[in-house]
Design a protein around this ligand. Structure first.
Ligand SMILES: NC(=O)c1ccc[n+]([C@@H]2O[C@H](COP(=O)([O-])OP(=O)(O)OC[C@H]3O[C@@H](n4cnc5c(N)ncnc54)[C@H](O)[C@@H]3O)[C@@H](O)[C@H]2O)c1
Length: 252
């Protein structure tokens, strides 16, 4: 029987924040496209459910590893344990992220640190651990989840905007350092995507947001997952240091 080649056949992909929302969707899409996925998030139960979904759809059995992206030791452990089983890591998606919104003048140190440590430092820790492996392989793709807020800023989200702008600068800098080793580093800047992160917004705010989106609708996790698939696949082999906005035209 003739089987169609899938876009990530034989590739090994680590996805952070894979338990729900955009990360879960990326895991499902990568699994469907033939990747061996290594799923991480804090909740082991939620990860097991995503792994079960990938298997049920005929995908390769995922490896699940619960960790906090702020924990450098656990990240190194995850990389070592994964390599024992998979021997290589082709793709890293740094998707885990949090918000702690509030007006800037009243922002607590805790809210600043939690967002910067999770979003920016967590991305740095994962990139550092995995890029050593990718440099040895002379091949790898890193995809970092930024946000349009990191490009344009947002009242009430100074910590989040700073973390996402930091991710964009980190992406471009590491792309420059690792390009000659064929390790390609790009970012995705989603606009407003319907997930638990945005469900918390009130109806009035949602209406205002919709007015700023030329497409007239909020995005879906699958819209972001398809962009991640493009950046993870061989179709983007000469693209590095870029930020792809997936926002229905909100930021041009
Ligand atoms: N939803 C949107 O509209 C939107 C827009 C732009 C960017 N983003 C970005 O996309 C990414 C995913 O967003 P989402 O909407 O799916 O969010 P979500 O809150 O639904 O999911 C976030 C995921 O990150 C994980 N996570 C959070 N903190 C963690 C930590 N310390 N250690 C390990 N895992 C942790 C959670 O367990 C979860 O799996 C985030 O980086 C977010 O900033 C989302």
């Amino acid at each position: 029987m003739h089987s169609v080649k899938k876009r990530l056949d034989g590739k090994v992909a680590i996805i952070t924040g894979a338990s729900r929302g955009i990360g879960r969707e990326i895991a499902l899409v990568f699994g469907r496209e033939g990747a061996k996925t290594i799923l991480t998030a804090r909740s082991a139960d939620a990860l097991a459910a995503v792994a079960q979904e990938i298997k049920a759809a005929g995908g390769v059995e995922p490896i699940c590893f619960s960790l906090d992206v702020k924990d450098a030791v656990k990240i190194e452990e995850l990389v070592d344990k994964s390599l024992d089983k998979t021997e290589r890591i082709d793709i890293l998606v740094n998707n885990a992220g949090v918000t702690r919104d509030g007006l800037f003048v009243r922002m607590s140190d805790e809210d600043w640190d939690e967002v910067l440590d999770t979003n920016l430092k967590g991305t740095f820790l994962f990139m550092r651990a995995v890029s050593k492996v990718m440099m040895r392989q002379r091949a790898g793709k890193i995809i970092n989840m930024a946000s349009v807020i990191g490009l344009i800023g947002n009242a009430g989200q100074a910590n989040y905007a700073a973390s996402k702008a930091g991710i964009i600068a980190l992406t471009k800098s590491v792309a420059k350092e690792l390009g000659s080793r064929n390790v390609l580093v790009n970012a995705i800047a989603p606009g407003f995507i319907e997930t638990e992160m945005t469900q918390a917004l009130g109806e009035d705010i949602k209406k205002t947001i919709l007015k700023s989106i030329p497409a007239g609708v909020l995005g879906k996790p699958s819209d972001v997952a398809q962009a991640a698939l493009f950046l993870a696949s061989d179709e983007s082999n000469f693209i590095t240091g870029q930020v792809i906005t997936v926002d229905g035209g909100m930021v041009m």
